[in-house]
Design a protein around this ligand. Structure first.
Ligand code: GLU
Length: 325
């Protein structure tokens, strides 16, 4: 691999480059459509490009058939991406190289804490373990042993990370207190999401991230990594996440229904996602393409509501009910 590829390109044009980055752990559902639609329309409204990145770095949960399904669904919704599809499983060298750089800078350390050991550690509001720093102070012998690699946060526990989100406004998080030194390479050898996403966003020249608000509190960690690696800052917009009637985020785990693929179902889903984003009503639309073109003209980020919006019933259980929209 070329060592130079990871160097930030100061001369890169600052035109808008957005992306949609699904994990191929299941087909897209209504929640994923909101993120896909918002990032697509935002990119198009800014005259920018929109890239597709398959986040299959988690080998255990990712499946090629889910990637296939996602790509068919995006095609049915006319959500056409620019450029080649990037697959994280094909970019491991880039992540390893970034990790080496962090190691050379003294910004990482090995950790042999087991999951069981960490079960008793306190958790943050997202339910994540706040790493107590157990292995930070001790010289861990990693020879042949199973271990993860953690990022060593700066020794300033009073320092807040401040993110200005286009939808959520100013977000402040003290990463040392709320998260602690976080994992970059898992004990099973898989690269952690935080590292992969930061490296890819930089190498793909992403300028704007539009994604679900469930990832909002990952952003300060990502910003710290970007800074440490000398990468550029990105603009962020976190769209509200859809929840079911039990208040759970729509996901594969909560058995969210896969998006419909037929002409009528696609238009209903698009209208629902558009209404969820609190955007102005569209005229009669003839196709998904027509919908996206009209939507691009009317897109107003300022109208998006911050709070998670309950959709009540799953949107595609009853198409008759949905037709009333
Ligand atoms: N792969 C993540 C997901 O499917 C999205 C990551 C991101 O947009 O940064 O939830």
């Amino acid at each position: 691999m070329n060592r130079l590829t990871i160097e930030p390109d100061k001369h890169r044009p600052s035109a808008y480059v957005g992306r949609f980055a699904p994990s191929p752990t299941g087909p897209l559902h209504f929640g994923s459509l909101i993120a896909a639609l918002a990032s697509y329309i935002d990119a198009r409204a800014m005259g920018g490009t929109w890239l597709l990145r398959i986040e299959d770095v988690d080998r255990e949960r990712s499946r090629p058939e889910h990637e296939e399904a996602i790509r068919r669904q995006l095609a049915a919704f006319a959500l056409e991406h620019d450029g080649d599809v990037v697959r994280q499983s094909e970019r491991i060298d880039h992540y390893r190289h970034a990790l080496e750089r962090l190691r050379d800078q003294g910004s990482v350390y090995p950790c042999v804490c087991s999951r069981r050991l960490l079960e008793t550690a306190p958790r943050n509001q997202e339910g994540e373990v706040i790493y107590p720093g157990t292995c930070r102070a001790r010289a861990v012998d990693t020879l042949g042993g199973r271990h993860s690699i953690r990022f060593k946060l700066a020794n300033s526990p009073t320092q807040d990370e401040v993110i200005e989100d286009r939808i959520e406004g100013v977000i402040t998080q003290n990463v040392a207190k709320d998260v602690g030194d976080f994992v970059l390479l898992r004990a099973d050898g898989d690269v952690a999401y935080q590292l992969a996403v930061v490296v890819d966003d930089e190498l793909q020249g992403i300028t704007d991230v539009v994604r679900g608000a469930d990832l909002l509190l990952n952003t300060p960690r990502q910003r710290i990594l970007q800074r440490t690696l000398g990468f550029r800052d990105l603009r962020y917009a976190h769209v509200p996440i859809a929840t079911n009637e039990r208040g759970e985020k729509l996901s594969k785990q909560t058995r969210a229904t896969a998006l419909p693929m037929d002409h009528h179902g696609v238009l209903v889903a698009l209208r629902r996602a558009w209404a969820f984003l609190n955007q102005p009503t569209l005229e009669q639309v003839s196709s998904a393409r027509d919908f996206l073109d009209q939507a691009t003209q009317l897109w107003a980020v300022s109208l998006i509501k911050k709070r998670p919006v309950h959709i009540g019933k799953e949107p595609f259980e009853s198409l008759e009910a949905a037709q009333n929209l």
